[in-house]
Write a protein that binds this ligand. Structure first.
Ligand code: PLP
Length: 413
């Protein structure tokens, strides 16, 4: 019984979503397109198995083959990042961070994390999260030029004596000097944690600094630039291995999603290929083209530009807002997300900026020439945001372009 025969309603929605992914320009920087091999593992029979525990030490029988799969994922992750210990069970990035805090901290401990509007993530201590009720998060900010300010970080570390210094961001587009952060942590006796959820693929390819050999602990998602299934992962020094494993299971989670772990293993194999290095290099080249176009056209780039896969752009100089720009771009077939800019005077639901990135389009094979055209379309859509006919005409041109970069050829629901 196929999905289409059994449940045409779900099949219809999946097909429509596939068409949306095919026809539009996906520029949300946390999104990507996994390979058919990753999809196959994700949809595999490994989903049927309960395997609470870890390879070789499970609470259920029949885990021999599942152990092989999970061990493969762990070994490949170690190889990619140079990690001493890896836990591939976190269900996603947020639970990976919660488990990491549980492994390293006691309730009430102080953590230095970056402010959300300056590029940090909700899970780095935003008051709406449960973690913020358990630990004492102190938020640092980027400096007036918009860069990560390690001198200020050092001063705050000396003042607040944190147990943990947390770096790694969601909307920050610059390189991070992990060695300097580690020196600061050593000076005040703090532990270090990096959340490389966004940049993991670039780190894996050697296109950005790698904190794993330096820091106490590193968390990541596997579904952003790393181009694997939706999931999380924790890498750490051996001295934290036991605490990390305990924090993930039984501390936070139950049975691991072994189909997802199988898909992680496949994605890690891909990340070890020379083609993946090329992919990561192209992600950055493509982002640089967009940086140039938006500079030329008078937008304000936060953090002064980009060293990675994303741009955070203040659209208010164009007389519009993040929400308005997002809506206009949607109509033009270009998907981005509205985003706060540092110390945004506007509200989270209608902030000053948009955030966009190149990982998904680069996965489709798009290069510099396409980026130049796309940058021009984005500007045109924003400048003509009230002109539905103009937005529709861009959408038609977008469709012609995307048709030249087939996505999941032959796939049908
Ligand atoms: C995306 C992201 C997360 C959360 O990942 P989810 O899989 O959505 O839970 C955590 N930290 C950072 C820095 C992120 O960008």
């Amino acid at each position: 019984m196929t999905l289409r025969n059994f449940d045409p309603q779900t099949a219809d929605s999946l097909q429509a979503e596939l068409n949306r992914q095919r026809d539009g320009l996906e520029m949300i920087p946390s999104e990507n397109f996994v390979s058919m091999a990753v999809l196959e593992a994700l949809g595999s029979i490994a989903t049927n198995k309960y395997a609470e525990g870890y390879p070789g030490k499970r609470y259920y029988g029949g885990c021999e083959k599942i152990d092989e799969i999970e061990s493969l994922a762990i070994e490949r992750a170690k190889q990619i990042f140079g990690a001493e210990h890896v836990n591939v069970q976190p269900l996603s990035g947020a639970p990976a961070n919660i488990a990491a805090y549980e492994a390293l901290l006691e309730p009430g401990d102080t953590v230095l994390g970056m402010d959300l509007s300056h590029g940090g993530h909700l899970t780095h201590g935003h008051p709406v999260t449960q973690s913020a009720k358990i630990y004492n998060f102190v938020r640092y900010k980027t400096n007036a030029e918009g860069k990560l300010d390690l001198e200020n970080l050092r001063e705050m570390a000396i003042e607040h004596k944190p147990k943990l210094i947390l770096v790694g961001y969601s909307a920050y587009s610059r390189e991070i000097d992990f060695e300097r952060v580690q020196e600061i942590a050593d000076e005040v006796g703090a532990m270090t944690m990096a959340d490389i959820a966004h940049i993991a693929g670039l780190v894996a390819a050697g296109e950005m600094n790698n904190p794993v050999p330096i820091f106490d602990l590193v968390t990541t998602t596997t579904h952003k630039t790393l181009r694997g299934p939706r999931g999380g992962m924790i890498m750490c020094k051996m001295k934290h291995a036991k605490a990390v494993n305990k924090a993930v299971f039984p501390g936070l989670q139950g049975g691991p999603h072994e189909n997802v772990i199988a898909a992680k293993a496949v994605a890690f194999k891909e990340a070890l290929l020379p083609e993946f290095k090329e992919y990561a290099r192209q992600i950055k080249l493509n982002a640089k083209v967009l940086e140039r176009i938006f500079n030329e056209r008078g937008y304000r780039l936060m953090f002064g530009g980009t060293d990675n896969h994303l741009l955070l752009i203040d659209v208010t100089p164009k007389g519009t807002t993040g929400a308005e720009a997002e809506t206009a771009l949607d109509k033009a077939g270009i998907t981005v997300n509205k985003n706060m800019i540092p110390d945004d005077p506007r509200s989270p639901m209608d902030p000053s900026g948009i955030r966009l990135g190149t990982p998904a389009l680069t996965s489709r094979g798009m290069k510099e020439a396409e980026m130049a055209q796309i940058g021009a379309w984005i500007d045109e859509a924003i400048m003509n945001r009230a002109d539905d006919a103009k937005l529709e005409s861009i959408r038609q041109q977008v469709k012609l372009m995307t048709a030249k970069f087939p996505l999941y050829e032959g796939l049908e629901y």
